[in-house]
Design a protein around this ligand. Structure first.
Ligand SMILES: Nc1ncnc2c1ncn2[C@@H]1O[C@H](COP(=O)(O)OP(=O)(O)O)[C@@H](O)[C@H]1O
Ligand SMILES: [Mg+2]
Length: 360
């Protein structure tokens, strides 16, 4: 076919010609849209190579690069979306600083991390990795930390969606905002989406206002959509008040797992204490003693304790103008000013919730 008589050629004939040249069948409309671009590419390629390339060569090169251009375009869009949603990369340390025995590390490892990392084996045995989970437990027990740790150990993106972001355009738009975010999320790969203070969004519809109901309903729609989408995504919602969540959301078939995050044993406190001790300028500290004295402390309490210890040590050295190393005495000085978050009452309530709501 002569390159100049394209005006007179039907789209069907162009599709046939393209098929003969490169073995790919385009719709006639697509073929006639592509034709001018192929002509242009033939010219460009000839210029680049300094010789007249044949139509077949031009076509093949064009189609090859078109695929690359399309995938580059998809990747570019995805990066843009990740940026827009405030995606972060989290290091592995967040996972490593959790003692192996600290619940729910083992459970998360077995149910989430391994099925996602051993894909072929999961497929072979029909194990479906969870797509949507809930963490519940008293404040400061490490729910947020666990979500970040999961993203870190998987090397996935971490995206936090705060209730205030969903409410930014007024409460009436909450449902629509959630839908928009979830639609975007379904186009992403390897992301952990975290929604904190979940009870603020998905409170029980019995007591909620009309608006609360609409966002709860939106969640009921969005979670199944997430599950059928083929992308690698984990939605984690966290709440301090599992009792306030709408019962429909807690039923099997919505969230895959409902996981308690609670008090620390002596061993687990020891791991965290050791971590924070390693970050201050210590002289001599009796770790066992500190473990005994921090019963009822959450990870957040321990973190706070060491912020105070660090500040104290820093000020001492500044005032005394000589090396100040943290000792038992330093820690004991600060300790009485911090009340452990986990009272017996809170622990009893949490134990009851564990029995009622946990599902793995
Ligand atoms: N092993 C650990 N497990 C959980 N949190 C830890 C651990 N070690 C240190 N932390 C720190 O303790 C704090 C726990 O608070 P957070 O995760 O915000 O609790 P929650 O989300 O349950 O309120 C975080 O600052 C976290 O980095
Ligand atoms: Mg939190």
């Amino acid at each position: 076919m002569n390159e100049n008589d394209i005006e007179s050629v039907s789209p069907e004939a162009l599709a046939d010609t393209l098929f003969e040249l490169i073995g790919v069948r385009f719709e006639p409309k697509a073929a006639s849209d592509l034709w001018p671009q192929i002509q242009q590419h033939k010219w460009l390629l000839s210029e680049k190579l300094g010789r007249d390339v044949g139509l077949r060569t031009a076509c093949v090169d064009f189609v090859d690069n078109m695929e690359q251009a399309v995938s580059e375009y998809v990747a570019y869009n995805r990066m843009d979306l990740l940026k827009e949603m405030g995606a972060q990369k989290i290091g592995r340390e967040a996972w490593d600083m959790i003692a192996d025995s600290q619940p729910p590390k083992q459970l998360v490892q077995r149910k989430i991390i391994v099925p996602l990392t051993e894909e072929d084996l999961s497929r072979k045995h029909g194990v479906v990795p969870p797509k949507a989970i809930i963490f519940f437990g008293p404040p400061g027990t490490g729910k947020t930390h666990f979500v970040k740790a999961i993203a870190g150990v998987l090397s996935w993106w971490y995206i936090e969606i705060s209730p205030s972001l969903l409410m930014a355009d007024g409460v009436e738009k909450m449902g629509a905002n959630l839908r928009r975010i979830m639609e975007k999320a379904r186009g992403l790969e390897e992301v952990v989406i975290f929604i904190d203070e979940f009870e603020e969004l998905a409170a029980s519809r019995d007591e909620g206002t009309r608006l609360d109901k609409s966002i709860t309903n939106e969640f009921l729609k969005q979670v199944p959509l997430l599950k059928i989408a083929g992308n690698k995504l984990l939605l984690v919602c966290a709440t301090n008040y599992i009792r306030q969540l709408d019962a429909a959301l807690l039923r099997p078939g919505r969230f895959d797992c409902i996981i308690p995050v609670g008090a620390l044993s002596n061993e687990e406190r020891k791991t965290i204490l050791r971590y924070y001790l390693s970050r201050v300028n210590t002289q001599a500290v009796d770790l066992e003693k500190l473990v005994r004295l921090t019963a009822g402390f959450t990870p957040a309490d321990i973190e706070y304790l060491f912020q105070q210890v660090a500040q104290y040590a820093f000020e001492q050295e500044l005032a005394l103008k000589r090396d100040y190393g943290v000792t038992d005495e330093t820690v004991l000085r600060i300790l009485p000013t911090i009340k452990p978050s986990l009272s017996e009452e809170i622990i009893a309530e949490f134990e009851a919730d564990k029995l009622t709501y946990s599902r793995a």
